[in-house]
Each structure stands twice: as structure tokens, then as C-alpha cells.
Design a protein around this ligand. Sequence first.
Ligand SMILES: [Zn+2]
Ligand SMILES: [Zn+2]
Length: 265
Amino acid sequence: MGDFRLDPDNLNYTIILPKDKSTCKVCSIKEEPAQVLKFDSKQVKIYPIKTEVEPSKFELQGDRFKSSPSHGYEELIVDREKHGDNFSNLSPEDTAKLLSVISDRIIALSDYKIGDNIIITRCLSGHGAFDLHILPIPKFERRGCSVCKDNLNTKDREIYKDENFVIYAKFAPISDLDIVISPIKHLSFEALDEVLLFDLAGLIQRLIKTLNSGDISLVIYESAGRHATVEVLSGCVSAYRFLQINEVNVAPEEAAKKLREKFKI
Ligand SMILES: [Zn+2]
Ligand SMILES: [Zn+2]
């Protein structure tokens, strides 16, 4: 169970996950899926992961956590039975179908008001699955949508643009490669129709083929103003890493307890 802490000086979050993450998350699932969806001759299975995250039980530092509505949530959306991914081999049609499953989950889970931050990640070098997190961390509401503003300011970071989508290198990347694909118009996933989802799927696959690397991640989310956005990043990027949340495995209380005992000697 992960415990969130907030540093009051720089407003950085840390999550304490006291577990070994060396095993494959998907391969270690023991429960039955909560939902099974048809995906051509195959299936997409949805597994809720209970009690993945919770706000800090200790000091509530700052006002931010007090406004947090939830204890977080995680689910795995699995489209491959076996370990290993072949997302880059999917046709634009199949990619669009998977995007529509993701889009449906974002819409359905937004209604529950579990939390503000819904982030879906997929490491292309990992097991064929999307890892969906709803984290109890507020988004920064700005005046106007941040993605709409970024879309108008791509300048020499622009890679591609058509009448519906723009692709550009992010202004403040978190990986060597951090490429944004987003609808030019302010559209949520709910507002993306089948035609736009198909176009988006085609652009994602084209970009992945252009990058020609297995060591990349896909991140799917909506901005605070609910602007649908997909990012393709180098390396295996988790939801925590994407939101620049520090991930540690030892609670400070635990570290202090050990040191207290040793210090006395
Ligand atoms: Zn696996
Ligand atoms: Zn927007």
C-alpha cells in the first residue's frame, strides 16, 4: 500500500511503496478480471488493484491533501496473455480499439470522482498492458487549458501538424524524448469520436515506428481542463515518474526506528 507525503517547501510529492517491484505486475495477478471485453479474436481484461495508494496518515502538510477527495485507485488493462509487448505491431484499427477502451475507462472512472489525476502508462518493453492510476493529487488549475496554450506555442519543437492533431517535443521534457500528440481543438477523450480516435491511433503508430526503439512508453491523460493528450517518452515511465513523484521503498518512520536503536549503542 502506497503512502503519499508532501514536502511543504517545494511541494514535491513522495510515495512510499514498501514492496518489491522486480516481478511483473501483470504476471503476478492472482484475481479474476472485473471486466472482460472482446478485442477481435482476443480479449481485453480489466483488473482492479485494490489499495494501491492512499494519502498520508501522518502530517497533512499544506492545504493540498485536505482537498484530496480520495484514496487513489489502480487498474491494469491487459490485452496480452503472455509477458512481452507487441503494441508497435498492432494495426491502426486495433490501436484505435484499445484507445477506445482506455477512453471509456477514463469517462467511466471520471464519474466516480475518485481523484483528479487519471494517468495511463504503458512501457512498450513490458507486459502488454495499460497501467491506469487515479492519484489523490490535485491538478494545477490555471486560467485556460495548458494543452491549448502549448499547442499554440510549439515553434521549432513542432514535428507534425494536420487539421486535427499536432505533434511536438515538450517544452520541459522529463525524458530525453518526450513527444506530445494532442488534438488541436480543446477536446476531452469523451469528445473524440471514432474517426479522431482512428487518426490518433495512426499517428501514435507512425511516431513509434519513426522512433524505432523498444524502450519507450506511452502516457495517456487529460489536462486539468480535460484536454485529451498522449505522450510518447523514452524509457519506462510510470505514472509516478510522469507526475515527478519521488518513489521510495522505506518509510521515514521505519528508517528512524532502526537508526534510533543503533544510535543508542
Ligand atoms: Zn508479465
Ligand atoms: Zn485544451
